[in-house]
Ligand binder design. Structure first.
Ligand code: DAH
Length: 356
């Protein structure tokens, strides 16, 4: 084996620089550039190994070859630098033209939120009554036995309590007297409103109610109600009929007919349920899914405020009379829009909710 000399080293180092420069000229991306760097200048790169090999030369040769080697290293580093700059510039120009913002493209549509169907129908109902002079008030969802039952002429042990089985809150109210419960209807606001105002009273009370209920297509364990109350001197059943008839026409169209039939609620006397003639079949009835062949659809309970309820809040039942009503907005929406399952309202399915 022949000893390397500075002359043979000069030849091979020049070769190496030429080959490296040739390869570099064909490189156009940063990955290949890095591979090139490793191949020549890395720890086991060709130039690095060359420089390491110089240790075997004698002193004079090593000096000459070492200088050439270092020059070659400087040259390769310089070339690497230039190439890396030009690759970066090329990338920038490319992305500037390819990723350019085209302001003439149509925008991506923003999905706008909307009100929940219950909120929409509650507002529609309240608006109808507001234009007839009613104000809107709200009350507590956690209610006392006192207001939810007692003040509405439903004393402990009254069979009507069975209709309003509920969720009890494991706590007493401030004065420790009455058990608390999630209100089963909005009717407790009747007494609360009358206790805090003098007649004339004209209010509607929208709000959430709760019942201990096995859910099905027409029953939810939580739902909304809108309560109504009008009390003054000389209010008669004719006022009840006129007001509720007008309400039905506003919500369901001007040619609706209404029907009142006797019903029982402990806090009204007489009590009624109110139906409208079916808007789907115009009261024809046969083969109609909405009214189930009857031609009529029940939309609310109502009645003349019971004298005991008036007396309970300190109103003189000889002087004042009034009417009350309660309706379920989800049920109204189901009728109006042909929704077949009340559970859809609160199952958070956008396919349902976004239709309204
Ligand atoms: N609170 C009753 C219920 O939940 C509905 C009702 C019926 C309210 C008759 C009234 C009324 O004000 O007069 O079933």
């Amino acid at each position: 084996m022949t000893q390397p000399t500075s002359q043979s080293s000069a030849l091979s180092v020049q070769d190496l620089v030429d080959t490296a420069a040739g390869e570099l000229a064909g490189i156009n991306d940063t990955e290949s550039l890095e591979a090139w760097r490793v191949a020549y200048l890395g720890r086991r790169g060709r130039l690095t190994l060359f420089l390491r090999g110089l240790a075997q030369l004698d002193l004079e040769e090593r000096r000459v070859a070492g200088a050439m080697g270092n020059q070659a290293k400087g040259r390769l580093e310089e070339l690497l630098d230039e190439r890396s700059k030009s690759i970066r510039e090329a990338q920038l120009t490319r992305s500037a033209s390819e990723d350019r913002l085209d302001v003439t493209l149509p925008g991506r549509p923003l999905v706008s939120g909307r009100l929940h169907p219950t909120t929409q129908i509650v507002r529609e109902i309240c608006n109808a009554f507001m234009t007839m002079g009613f104000s809107v008030v709200e009350g507590p969802e956690v209610e006392t036995d006192h207001y939810n039952f007692e003040m509405l002429n439903i004393p402990l042990g009254h069979p009507a309590r069975d209709m309003w089985n509920t969720l009890w809150v494991d706590q007493q109210n401030e004065d420790g007297q009455y058990p608390l419960l999630l209100r089963t209807h909005t009717s407790p606001m009747q007494a609360r409103v009358m206790e805090s105002t003098r007649p004339p009273v004209r209010v509607v009370v929208p709000g959430k109610c709760y019942r201990y209920e096995a859910t099905d297509a027409t029953h939810e364990w939580h739902f909304y109600q809108v309560e109504g109350l009008a009390v003054d001197e000389g209010i008669t059943f004719a006022d009840l009929k006129g007001t509720l008839f007008e309400f039905a026409r506003r919500l369901f169209g001007s040619d609706r007919k209404v029907r009142f039939r006797c019903d029982y609620f402990p806090f009204v006397e007489p009590g009624v349920d109110m139906s409208i003639d079916c808007f789907a079949c115009d009261g024809e009835g046969s083969g109609c899914r909405i009214c189930r062949d009857s031609g009529w659809i029940e939309i609310m309970g109502a009645g003349m405020v019971h004298p005991k309820v008036l007396a309970g809040v300190g109103y003189d039942p000889e002087k004042y009379t009034g009417f009350a009503f309660g309706l379920g907005p989800e049920r109204i929406a189901m009728l109006k829009y042909g929704i077949e399952d009340i559970r859809l309202f609160y199952s958070n399915d956008l396919r349902f909710l976004s239709q309204f």
